[in-house]
Design a protein around this ligand. Structure first.
Ligand code: BGC
Length: 267
């Protein structure tokens, strides 16, 4: 891996497992220093930080529930106090609280919207304020900062039984595009990655038995489940100057899940 992100300071939310962990490891391998944000698993975050440090990266774990304004503000203050700037925000923290629509509780709705959408607002706002203040450092990057929202194929694919989740990701789509429009004059690049089925704890039931995996693969034309590294590599590219003219876009990394696979043999 080249060092496209050398010296840049990154924050990855929800980085103690799954896709967030994959992104944190990939950014560090590309030369970035990384804050591993976590909500509930300090041991896992500490293990990842140790690994990153062993690879020569400056890394630190910071606790914050991204749905809480004061915790997000404190996290950014700690990062900026230590490093003085933030070049890359990967707003990844997300969760599911699945239920049939007519059974869904307000708590399930609010929890998902709170982390997946409000959390993205709070983190992106705090990062954008710092990026505007710091401006472009041409020794680091052509942009003053890069914001990457981790969305989902469910920003376009409706998902029965997961209405709160799909609504949050549909929200991420126009959230991202709107702040991309607003932040461009400050040379802050904003994009989304929309993963398909990536093998992590969030969708364990979809891959843990051979039957479940077989059924899942009928939705993935490319014929394999994704891995966190697939998303990590995309995040490195989007954060790097190789993607300097990519702005306001959602990059689907889904093995073709958004290609309406049912139509391969029908219609
Ligand atoms: C969800 C996973 C699901 C995938 C594809 C993701 O956003 O979190 O549970 O497997 O979309 O449906």
């Amino acid at each position: 891996m080249d060092h496209a992100l050398r010296g840049q300071k990154a924050l990855v939310t929800g980085a103690s497992s799954g896709i967030g962990e994959g992104i944190a490891r990939a950014l560090a391998a590309a030369g970035a220093d990384v804050v591993v944000n976590y909500a509930s698993n300090p041991e896992a975050a500490a293990r990842i930080v140790d690994d990153l440090k062993a690879g020569g990266t400056q890394a630190r774990a910071i606790h914050a529930d991204v749905a809480r304004e004061s915790e997000v503000e404190a996290m950014l203050a700690e990062l900026l106090g230590a490093w003085g700037r933030i070049d890359i925000l990967v707003s990844n923290a997300g969760l599911q609280r699945d239920a049939a629509f007519t059974e869904m509780t307000l708590e399930q709705w609010n929890t998902v919207l709170g982390v997946n959408l409000t959390g993205m607002f709070l983190c992106a706002r705090a990062a954008a304020r710092a990026m505007i203040r710091q401006g472009v450092d041409p020794t680091l990057s052509r942009a003053a900062g890069k914001i990457i929202c981790v969305s989902s194929v469910h920003e376009v694919i409706p998902w029965a039984g997961h209405v709160n989740y799909a609504a949050s990701k549909g929200g991420v789509k126009l959230f991202m595009q709107s702040i991309a429009q607003e932040l461009a004059p400050h040379r802050i690049r904003v994009n989304s990655i929309a993963p398909g089925a990536i093998q992590t704890a969030i969708n364990r039931t979809a891959w843990e038995t051979p039957e479940a995996l077989k059924s899942l693969l009928t939705l993935i034309p490319y014929g394999r489940i994704g891995q966190p590294e697939d998303i990590g590599r995309t995040a490195v590219w989007l954060a790097s100057d190789a993607a300097d003219y990519v702005h306001g876009q959602t990059i689907f990394v889904d093995g073709g899940m958004t290609l309406y696979p049912g139509f391969a043999r029908g219609g």
